[in-house]
Design a protein around this ligand. Structure first.
Ligand SMILES: Nc1nc2c(c(=O)[nH]1)N[C@H]1C(S)=C(S)[C@@H](COP(=O)(O)O)O[C@H]1N2
Ligand SMILES: [Mo]
Length: 305
């Protein structure tokens, strides 16, 4: 694949160049010079791996599968949107923080990344359609973004709203745009809940939700909203994109459970991208130890769809 990877938000548009050229220039300029022009690249080159998440219990999916087989309905309902998604401009990118917060504000992605250190984590991903992958994400715990947003003590949910851009040809289809997702404040505080700004040691490509997405590995993939432009806090449970489209099939909780079938298919196994091997699906996608306790007090609700 000989494409020019647009590394969006990290460098001004006129400096966007193929990867090798950027790296050469960094070497030429030396660390200090590069820092002033390319802060995000310099930070990412030595993104430390979080030892707790260095092994997801199965091989990492080959990057070419994870970056060319995507769900991103704003572009199209089929999986081959990666080329079209390159048109989504990654820089400048601003995230609005509002709702039940001490002070509503907007924050640019560079400013955000300068304030929060990045780390790498390898996570399992399980789509509700029964395919799965294993990805090294870089980014930071969602709890750090929540802390920065400074929600009121009365806020119970965090809601993510994603971009609606003119490059997104799928927006003309009849769906309840914008794509929204939500978590309870307790879920958002769990150490697994992650904001991804990179994958495979590079900037997050637009097709995977660049420049910034949510990554919630114990839930079906649709909870992991891509290309976030708004984070808001509320005391009312949001009605999310998939729930408003088809609440009999997709709910708010959407925790992975092999024993609870989708109304139209079994969730017992999953197909690994790349090898196409079928493997058993695990409760909470293998993260039960860390998250099952979040749901001990939730009664009479569909936790697994
Ligand atoms: N904005 C937005 N976010 C989204 C989606 C989408 O269509 N639009 N699809 C979701 C679904 S169903 C899945 S499985 C994952 C896929 O992420 P990936 O393409 O990086 O594998 O993104 C989720 N986030
Ligand atoms: Mo999905």
């Amino acid at each position: 694949m000989h494409i020019i990877r647009r590394r969006g938000w990290e460098i001004p548009e006129h400096l966007v160049t193929p990867e090798h050229f950027v790296l050469n220039r960094r070497t030429l300029l030396g660390a200090a010079g590069a820092m002033s022009i390319l802060p995000a690249i310099a930070a990412r080159a030595d993104t430390p791996v979080n030892p707790t998440y260095k092994d997801a219990g199965r091989p990492v999916t080959d990057e070419k599968y994870a970056t060319t087989y995507n769900n991103y309905y704003e572009f199209d309902t089929d999986k081959s949107i990666w080329r079209a998604a390159q048109k989504l401009k990654q820089h400048p990118w601003t995230i609005r923080i509002e709702g039940m917060v001490a002070q509503p504000r907007s924050i640019g992605i560079d400013d955000l990344l300068a304030q929060i250190p990045q780390e790498e984590r390898i996570y399992r991903h399980r789509c509700v359609e029964a395919w799965a992958m294993t990805v090294p994400w870089s980014g930071f715990p969602l709890s750090k973004l929540v802390k920065l947003a400074d929600p009121l003590a009365s806020a119970k949910y965090v809601v993510f709203e994603t971009a609606q851009d003119k490059s997104m040809t799928g927006l003309s289809a009849f769906y309840p745009w914008p794509y929204t997702e939500g978590l309870t404040i307790e879920e958002a505080a769990n150490d697994l809940a992650f904001i991804s700004t990179g994958m495979y040691g590079k900037a997050l490509p637009p097709q995977n939700g660049g420049p910034i997405r949510l990554t919630v590995p114990w839930k079906y993939g649709f909870k992991s909203a891509k290309s976030i432009v708004k984070v808001s806090f509320t005391d009312k449970r949001p009605v999310t994109f998939w729930e408003s489209l088809q609440s009999s099939e997709y709910g708010f909780w959407a925790n992975v459970n092999p024993e609870v079938s989708h109304p139209r298919w079994s969730q017992a196994t999953e197909r690994l991208l790349g090898s196409n091997e079928r493997v058993p699906t695990q409760l909470f996608n293998g993260y039960a130890e860390q998250v099952a306790g979040l749901y001990s007090g939730v009664k009479n609700q569909k936790l697994f769809m």
